[in-house]
Write a protein that binds this ligand. Structure first.
Ligand code: NAP
Length: 312
């Protein structure tokens, strides 16, 4: 079968003919329809996450496809693309507990955009206890996680303020936000205070870097900053009084340790929302496996503009 292969970290990916995977006990063979591309794949390819994983290896931490018994399934986690061969291939062996069944009414493309981004959005909202009446600032609003988070927050009755650095993405983002601000880190606080003078209850932050300090200042009393990524840089500093004097919380989130079975149930709940017409995804492009490197570059350089999918 054809598969993308990572031969060495920091080197271009290649497409090779390799042997079909064999499903071991407790695993299921999946005929891949789409592999999804996430920033995590870019970190892994550069060797900054899971560098201890065996090489050569097939990348791709999530995808969708069909099982031999005819089920349409999504899958993520369980070490796929990290420490074992992943989704960017014609076929992949997946631990059975990592399979999420896709219902009628949710197509393969939507499902492929909901694994890592969808579960991250759901878990971050839960950890920050976003509910009716919360004011939520969503950073990097055009991103895969943020697109889902804004919609889920609004279904909970929250007011959503979306931040983007990309003026050309305001139209896309404003579908799911009550207010949209276009601001880099240095103008973030001023721009948010124009629409929320007293600050916000919850901030979902995939950026960190220079965005973290204004975010802490923007938290209202008892507010929560959920940090789940570092797209704008891993280092940051903020005044501790800005946090503790407001009884505010900074919450970290990583989906990697979440049990595959729990993740799969979360994915099924998101598929059901798509099937019911209450959740939508933004698919930017479907690319052949040969263009995997180009996909990673677009993600790294913030040129994706929506979810990128790889089609075997
Ligand atoms: N902890 C976890 O379990 C977990 C799970 C999923 C993702 N993540 C992390 O969360 C982040 C977002 O993931 P995603 O899938 O939503 O990514 P994505 O689809 O690539 O979106 C990220 C968004 O962030 C903004 N952005 C990117 N680079 C930026 C920069 N240098 N400065 C300012 N804004 C920037 C862009 O929004 P605008 O163009 O609208 O400004 C972009 O659309 C990544 O760092 C990823 O690794 C973590």
């Amino acid at each position: 079968m054809r598969a993308v292969r990572q031969l060495a970290y920091g080197e271009p990916l290649v497409v090779e003919d390799i042997s079909d995977p064999v499903a071991e006990a407790g695993e299921v063979l999946v005929e891949v329809a789409f592999g999804a591309v996430n920033p995590l794949d870019a970190w892994i390819s550069a060797g900054s996450v899971a560098a201890a994983g065996p090489l050569p290896r097939t990348p791709g931490c999530e995808g969708v496809g069909r099982t031999a018994d005819g089920r349409r399934v999504g899958f993520r986690g369980a070490g796929l693309g990290l420490v074992r061969d992943g989704a960017w291939a014609e076929r992949v062996a997946v631990p059975a507990d990592a399979l999420a069944v896709i219902p009628d009414g949710c197509d393969d493309r939507d499902a492929a955009a909901l694994g890592i981004p969808g579960v991250t959005a759901l878990d971050c909202l839960d950890r920050a206890e976003v509910g009716d009446g919360s004011t939520v600032l969503v950073l990097g609003a055009s991103g895969g996680v943020s697109t889902i988070a804004m919609q889920l927050a609004r279904t909970r009755g929250a007011r959503v303020i979306a931040q983007t650095t990309s003026p050309n993405r305001v139209g896309q983002v404003s579908r799911h936000a009550d207010e949209v601000i276009v601001a880099e880190a240095d103008m973030l606080e001023e721009a948010v205070r124009e629409v929320a003078p007293d600050g916000v209850d919850v901030i979902l932050d995939p950026l960190a870097g220079a965005f973290a300090a204004p975010c802490v200042r923007l938290l209202a009393a008892n507010g929560a900053l959920v940090l789940y990524g570092a797209s704008a840089g891993p280092e940051f500093a903020f005044g501790p009084q800005e946090m503790y004097r407001k009884n505010a919380r900074v919450i970290g989130y990583s989906g990697l340790p979440v049990a595959p079975a729990a993740t799969a149930r979360s994915m099924e709940s998101l598929y059901a929302l798509v099937a019911a017409g209450t959740l939508e995804t933004v698919i930017a492009d479907e690319l052949p496996l040969e263009r995997a490197d180009e996909a990673l570059t677009r993600v790294r350089e913030n040129r994706a503009g929506g979810k990128l999918l790889l089609r075997p």
